[in-house]
Design a protein around this ligand. Structure first.
Ligand code: HEM
Length: 490
């Protein structure tokens, strides 16, 4: 009897999916080869360790049309991929027609009321309020924090390299993740994650369990398809983020008390948290609720941690592959002062161009997901309300980038002919990354300091593939590129 019920459910489900695929409004859109019935491209996507290479291959195949679709069990049934930059600008520039989906909410409900997930006026309210914390003038407050943590990273690497005079193979991704986690901890919450015990450690534990749960491909696929799975016992505890919430509540309450008592430290006076608590809408005087502040702190962590760490990895990896570019970047940072660094010292055009080109080549955020709230047209094709879309690989559109598959940092140098609004690695328009300047500055400093002290090389191209396969940073690039790079003291 039991088998009969299970069998009937499976047959009913398979028929439902097949009928849905047959009647799909995207049935006229081409898809990459190898899609299976029901599973679609799920296995291709989950088994690929280089998502960027896979997406690029597909984008190139359908560049003439500018669109393709994939079918998968992950994030709904069918996805429309937009690969022409002009259409990405249209979609990202029309948030009233194409808002973000609640896709991230499935995995990070603890940021539901933060700027990443709120929409319309609530989004503009929060964005304008938080914008100041990321403005150029405010960044000066963070640069000493960046430097302090970067110096700790350099000290670690120096002692590793000392033990291997011929060069040490260092797992850069893990160290870069520690660097960016500690920086966000201090800048967003005023917490020294690596030193403090108690609540901060509990938070790190909770975040680690949360990420471990999400990086389990089977579970994340299941949640993408059946969001209610996140409420199941054993899953809920990690995905719901109760541990993180407890920490955030305490942090916000403590900070409010300190503001009232006038007992803020100098660095607390200038960090995100104080900014978010004290920020008021210029016209209405409205402030953010405690829940909104907590959810934004969490959004900064999710938005800024792995993304920036992977960017540092990708840059150093590219430098290791292009020794002549590495030498040019090193020349530019030669005169960077040893201590007491200022934002103006990091005005480094070639290094900045190199970082942007690395991000164009390997965009570390692959989740610009949107859903249409109206019927719409792209070129000659019409699509209905409710179409789920991914905007991802437009960074390789040949109409915007000459020789898109070549790594050419000069295209981002001041005075180059590149069209404005061609670069999508930080998003576009009103939902563009809030932490863009913050992330670029942090990466510039970390890469510049590493360049001053070490040379980087990759002896074996496929070095440590298995290690990279085991670690798939969620939300950031899933890369098969080696995270082990050989560092030599200069
Ligand atoms: C290299 C590092 C980073 C990359 C590549 C990156 C990329 C992106 C992208 C592509 C988006 C837009 C997503 C969309 O349109 O759906 C975004 C949004 C956002 N990012 Fe970043 N990000 C980085 C670092 C950071 C940092 C350091 C922070 C904060 C400390 C941050 C905070 C945010 C926030 C709050 C949003 C939402 C903005 C909004 O909705 O208006 N990001 N980021």
């Amino acid at each position: 009897m039991f088998l009969l019920i299970v069998g009937t459910i499976i047959v009913a489900y398979v028929s439902f999916v097949l009928i849905r695929q047959l009647l799909s409004p995207l049935r006229g859109v081409p898809e990459p080869n190898g899609g299976l019935p029901i599973l679609g491209h799920t296995l291709k996507i989950t088994s690929s360790t280089d998502q960027v290479a896979l997406q690029n291959k597909w984008a190139e195949q359908f560049m003439d049309l500018g669109l393709y679709k994939t079918r998968s069990l992950f994030y709904g049934a069918e996805l429309l991929h937009v690969v022409r930059a002009k259409w990405c600008r249209y979609v990202l520039g029309s948030p009233e027609i194409f808002p973000r989906t609640d896709f991230l909410n499935n995995y990070f409900p603890c940021m539901a009321d933060g700027v990443f997930l709120v929409q319309d006026e609530q989004h503009s309210f929060q964005k304008s309020l938080l914008h100041g914390a990321f403005s150029e003038s405010h960044l000066e407050n963070y640069v000493t924090i960046f430097e302090k943590h970067t110096q700790k990273l350099l000290a670690k690497f120096t002692s590793m390299v000392k033990k291997s005079p011929r060069g040490a193979s260092i797992d850069l991704l893990d160290h870069a993740r520690a660097l960016t986690y500690n920086i966000i901890g201090e800048v967003a919450f005023g917490v020294q994650f690596e030193e403090e015990l108690g609540y901060a450690n509990k938070f790190t534990d909770a975040t680690t369990k949360h990420y471990d749960a999400i990086q389990n491909s089977a579970l994340s696929m299941l949640i993408g398809f059946f969001p209610f799975v996140r409420n199941f016992p054993g899953v809920r505890e990690n995905i719901k983020g109760d541990g993180e919430r407890e920490f955030l509540k305490k942090i916000v309450a403590d900070r409010k008390r300190k503001i009232q008592n006038g007992s803020l430290t100098e660095s607390e006076k200038k960090d995100f948290l104080t900014f978010a608590i004290q920020g008021k809408d210029a016209k209405t005087g409205k402030t953010m609720t405690d829940k909104e502040i907590e959810d934004n702190c969490f959004s900064f962590l999710i938005g800024g941690w792995q993304t920036t760490a992977t960017t540092i990895l990708i840059c150093i990896h590219q430098m290791a592959q292009h020794p002549e570019m590495q030498a040019r970047a090193r020349k530019e940072v030669e005169k960077l002062p040893k201590g007491d660094i200022k934002v103006s010292n990091l005005d480094l055009p070639y290094l900045t161009a190199f970082i942007k080109e690395s991000l164009r080549f390997y965009p570390t955020v692959s989740a610009n997901a949107r859903i249409s709230t109206k019927d719409f047209k792209l070129g000659e094709l019409e699509f209905p309300k409710g179409t789920k879309m991914f905007l991802y690989t437009a960074n390789r559109d040949p109409e915007e980038f000459e020789h898109p598959d070549e790594f050419i940092p000069e295209r981002f140098m001041p005075g180059s002919q590149m069209k404005a609004g061609s670069f999508f690695s930080f998003g576009w328009s009103s939902t563009i990354c809030l932490g863009k300047s913050f992330a670029l500055l942090q990466t510039r400093l970390a890469v510049a300091r590493l360049l001053q002290r070490f040379s980087f090389s990759i002896e074996k191209k496929d070095l440590d593939m298995t290690l990279a396969k085991k670690r798939k940073p969620f939300l950031a690039i899933r890369t098969d590129h080696p995270s082990l790079i050989c560092f030599k003291k200069l």
